[in-house]
Design a protein around this ligand. Structure first.
Ligand code: PEP
Length: 253
């Protein structure tokens, strides 16, 4: 299997109005011809269709930030994977810690959402990560590998997807995990992927997320087993996001 390009994915969270479409265009127009990364912006559902139109024919793909497992029905306020795909999304973030914590999303629920994403032809990015309390208690690896085991359905075999390791204490805090901690956790996640998916598990992208910014991107992206980055705050402005995209190294052989 060919080595995959590093995947640099922006997570706009609950940010973005019509007036921000120009910023997304500036990102797309600024991606250098020779950039090594596969680039995406995951945006609020209200922007997905317009972003997909605006970024059509650029190197920047558009994704959703969550979806419901069901295809349609009486679920007021929710968005299905099919709706995201219909709006032009190519990928979707699932199991983000802000949803696990804020909406009580369990591994089983995330698993069902991943299956829905596959059903709709979206590439899922499945987030896992420990809280500071869990890390301080020495439980980080067990928590994260447990989440990975239980959030990744067998249906992912042969599909394009990524796991994003996002320590909860590093998200939006300005704190990043050390490269040693990132390498250790990504190796542990790699073990889960190989257990679950055999040889193919060795090639699945594992992204790091948590206060990635221009100043630390190159070091993080060069760390063992890091196959890209999930970027929150620093993906909102072209001036911050473009240097992160440019820091992506060529795919490892
Ligand atoms: C995120 O929310 O996925 C994230 C990584 O946020 P930030 O980069 O702002 O820490």
């Amino acid at each position: 299997m060919a080595a995959l390009a590093p995947w640099i994915v922006g997570n706009w969270k609950m940010n973005g109005l019509s007036s921000d479409l120009d910023e997304a265009l500036a990102i797309a127009q600024g991606v250098a011809v020779g950039a090594h990364a596969r680039v995406a912006i995951c945006a609020p559902a209200t922007l997905v269709h317009r972003l997909a139109g605006a970024l059509h024919a650029t190197r920047v793909e558009v994704g959703g930030e969550d979806c419901r497992a069901e295809e349609s029905g009486a679920f007021t306020g929710d968005v299905s994977a099919e709706m995201l795909a219909d709006a032009g999304a190519k990928l979707v973030i699932l199991g983000h810690s802000e949803r696990r914590a804020g909406y009580g999303e369990s591994d089983a629920l995330v698993c069902g959402k991943v299956e829905a994403a596959l059903r709709a032809g979206l590439h899922p990015i499945v987030c896992v990560g420990e809280t500071l309390e869990q890390r301080d208690a020495g439980e980080a690896v067990a928590v994260v590998t447990g989440q990975a085991m239980a959030s990744l359905p067998a249906a992912l075999a042969g599909e394009r997807f990524a796991v994003a390791y996002e320590p909860v204490w590093a998200i939006g805090t300005g704190r990043t995990a050390s490269t040693a901690d990132i390498a250790q956790m990504h190796a542990a996640i790699r073990g889960v992927l190989v257990d679950k998916f055999g040889d193919a598990g060795a090639k699945i992208s594992i992204l790091y997320g948590g206060s990635v910014k221009p100043a630390n991107a190159a070091e993080i992206l060069a760390t063992a087993e890091v196959g890209g980055a999930l970027v929150g705050g620093a993906s909102l402005k072209a001036a911050d996001f473009l240097p992160i995209i440019e820091a992506a190294p060529p795919p490892a052989l």
